[in-house]
Design a protein around this ligand. Structure first.
Ligand SMILES: Cc1cc2nc3c(=O)[nH]c(=O)nc-3n(C[C@H](O)[C@H](O)[C@H](O)COP(=O)(O)O)c2cc1C
Length: 314
């Protein structure tokens, strides 16, 4: 025998090495996470495998035979290699998992001033909208729509931006008005994202808003995946009803924001992101009214036996 080839073999050797370390079968069994009987069964199996007694006779852990000491020395070397291999495999699996999520993990908003032509062409915009339509959507209502502002309409749109700015801020300077107009002209592709909650449906309005938000997230991720920079910006103009009606919104619609899209001329500065622990905790039943939660990384990971017992219908 010159190599460990199964997890069972590795566990048998670990039992032996821990027995040598602890010199007490109960402590060694605990260190292995095994019941005493299971632990002894592993040592027995090891003796059968190697065809020799590893423990001195006597029942209690009196010490090791000469053969046993040879096996222990080999077990230490082999377990070192085995553990190294397992760590390397786990690292590779993690790297592959991370790589497959990279399009989501690496998405960043890119401000309009860092965008340049070309933006997505019509075929690419079509794909981006298809991706938005794949977002979870209770009842398939797609309670949102997209308005594209083509090149020929940007001047008229800039006039609407300026008009809204003058209305909101009668003392706006020439520079303020220029900046307001620029929001309508800077981006190679400019879309308005409009939330249109449907009235005649049992789907609660708050779920329709969530569906619209999910679609907006898909839209931004799709643009990123196609290699474009994108950002959603609302600003106070999106809350102005006169401005909304200039864009043709109906009374029950909301202008969520403008989505600027284009090629990335300059990467946005690095940014610190929130960590999963800030938004991920585990519910614990509370005896009193005060709800208990535990940070997810402080609870033991679920075992296979927990699978399928999760609450909720698909
Ligand atoms: C509906 C909506 C409207 C937004 N409006 C603004 C805005 O007016 N101004 C702003 O600075 N960021 C706004 N943001 C946030 C940016 O789009 C962007 O998400 C934020 O700068 C964080 O950058 P990140 O997406 O790279 O994490 C808005 C986001 C959403 C979803």
């Amino acid at each position: 025998m010159d190599r460990i080839s199964t997890f069972d073999e590795a566990l048998q050797l670990r039992c032996l090495v821990l027995l040598d370390q602890e010199r007490d079968a109960n402590r060694a069994a605990r260190a292995c996470g095994l019941a005493r009987t299971e632990f002894e069964a592993h040592i027995d199996a090891l003796e059968v495998r190697f065809g020799c007694a590893v423990l001195l006779p006597g029942g209690a852990c009196e010490g090791f035979t000469a053969e046993g000491q040879q096996v222990i020395a080999w077990a230490r070397r082999s377990l070192g290699e085995w553990d190294g291999l397992q760590r390397a495999l786990a690292d590779m699996k993690h790297a592959r998992t991370e790589a497959s999520l990279m399009p989501l993990l690496a998405r960043r908003s890119v401000s309009p001033k860092r965008l340049q032509a070309p933006g997505p062409d019509l075929g690419e915009i079509d794909l981006i909208v298809q991706a938005a339509l794949r977002a979870p959507d209770h009842g398939g209502l797609h309670p949102w729509r997209i308005l594209e502002f083509r090149e020929e309409q940007r001047l008229a749109l800039a006039n609407c931006f300026e008009e809204e700015k003058r209305r909101r801020d009668p003392l706006a300077s020439a520079g303020d008005l220029r900046r307001a107009r620029a929001h309508a002209t800077l981006a190679p592709v400019l879309l308005a994202f409009i939330v249109s909650p449907r009235a005649r449906t049992k789907v609660p309005v708050r779920e329709q808003w969530l569906a619209a938000g999910a679609a907006l997230g898909n839209l931004l991720n799709a643009a990123h995946q196609l290699g474009f920079g994108a950002i959603v910006l609302s600003g106070e103009r999106c809350f102005d009803s006169v401005f909304a009606s200039r864009l043709g919104l109906r009374g029950e619609e909301y202008l969520a924001g403008f989505v600027s899209l284009g090629s990335v001329a300059e990467a946005p500065p690095a940014k610190r992101h929130a960590l999963p622990g800030q938004v991920w905790s585990c519910w614990l039943p509370a005896a009193d009214a005060e709800q208990a939660v535990a940070p997810a990384d402080e609870l033991p990971a679920p075992t296979d036996a927990d699978e399928g017992s999760a609450a909720g219908e698909p």
